[in-house]
Design a protein around this ligand. Structure first.
Ligand SMILES: C[S@@+](CC[C@H](N)C(=O)[O-])C[C@H]1O[C@@H](n2cnc3c(N)ncnc32)[C@H](O)[C@@H]1O
Length: 215
C-alpha cells in the first residue's frame, strides 16, 4: 500500500461506522445529478463502469438503476462497502482494495469515475495510470479535484496544524486534501493516455471529463 493507505482506511471506516446520515458520513455534499448527466450519450446501457471510492454508493446505485449499466464499486473501507451493500439491493458489485493498484484486467471497463476521492490520495497520478490501464480505448473517465482556492489553502493549513499538535480528533474531517491545478491534472491525464473533453470549474473544486485515446 502507498504510505498513508492504512490510515486512510481507518479514517473512512470510522466515518462510515458512526450513526450519521449517509451524506454527513461521507463528508462531501452532492447529489446523483452531479454524475448522471456525464453518462448520458457517452455510456451505453449494458456498459461496465468502475466507481473508484464508491463510499456508500451515492452515485453508483442511481447510476446502475437509471442508466442500466453494471457498476463495480471499489473502495478501501470495508465499513463504507458494508453500507453501500445495505443500500444497493445487490444492484452493484463491490470490491475492496487500494485504488493505487486496481485488481482488474487491462481494458475491462467502458467507463470509470471517482468523485470526492482522488484528492485524498497523495499519489492520485498513479491512480489515473491505473484507470487508463483498466479502461477500453475510447473509455470515459470523470473525476473531481480540489484547486488552490484560498478557502482550500486555509483548510489545509488548519488540518496540518491540528495534526502537528495531535489534535485532529477535535475535527471529524481533519484529513488532508491534496490541492492541485487544472494544468497539472490535464498534464497527468494526457501523460497516461487520456484526452480531456471538458472541464467544469466550481468555487473550490473542478471536475474533468476525459476519454482514453483510441490510438
Ligand atoms: C469522500 S468519500 C466519497 C465517496 C463517494 N465517491 C461519494 O462521493 O459519495 C471518499 C471514499 O474514498 C475511499 N478511499 C479513500 N482512499 C482510497 C483508496 N486508496 N483506495 C480506494 N478507496 C479509497 C474512502 O473509503 C471513501 O469511501
Amino acid at each position: 500500500m502507498v504510505e498513508d493507505a492504512v490510515e486512510t482506511m481507518r479514517f473512512w471506516n470510522s466515518l462510515a461506522r458512526d450513526e450519521d446520515k449517509d451524506q454527513d458520513a461521507i463528508g462531501a455534499p452532492g447529489s446523483p445529478r452531479f454524475v448522471l448527466p456525464w453518462f448520458s450519450g457517452l455510456v451505453k446501457p449494458g456498459s461496465r463502469v468502475l466507481d473508484i471510492g464508491v463510499g456508500y454508493g451515492r452515485f453508483a446505485i442511481p447510476l446502475s438503476h437509471r442508466r442500466k449499466v453494471w457498476v463495480v464499486g471499489f473502495d478501501i473501507s470495508d465499513s463504507m462497502l458494508a453500507r453501500a451493500w445495505a443500500n444497493s439491493g445487490g444492484m452493484v458489485e463491490l470490491v475492496r482494495g487500494d485504488a493505487h493498484w486496481l485488481p482488474f484486467r487491462g481494458g475491462s471497463f467502458d467507463a470509470a469515475y471517482s468523485i470526492a476521492t482522488l484528492y485524498y490520495l497523495a499519489r492520485w497520478d498513479r491512480v489515473i495510470r491505473e484507470v487508463s490501464r483498466v479502461l477500453k480505448p475510447g473509455g470515459l473517465f470523470v473525476s473531481d479535484f480540489r484547486g488552490f482556492h484560498p478557502r482550500n489553502i486555509v483548510r489545509e493549513a488548519m488540518v496540518r496544524l491540528l495534526r502537528a499538535l495531535g489534535l485532529s480528533s477535535i475535527w471529524k474531517y481533519s484529513y488532508p486534501h491534496r490541492l492541485t491545478s487544472v494544468g497539472r491534472v490535464v498534464r497527468v491525464l494526457s501523460e497516461k493516455g487520456l484526452v480531456v473533453k471538458n472541464i467544469q470549474k466550481r468555487k473550490y473544486r473542478f471536475s474533468v471529463v476525459s476519454l482514453k485515446s483510441s490510438a
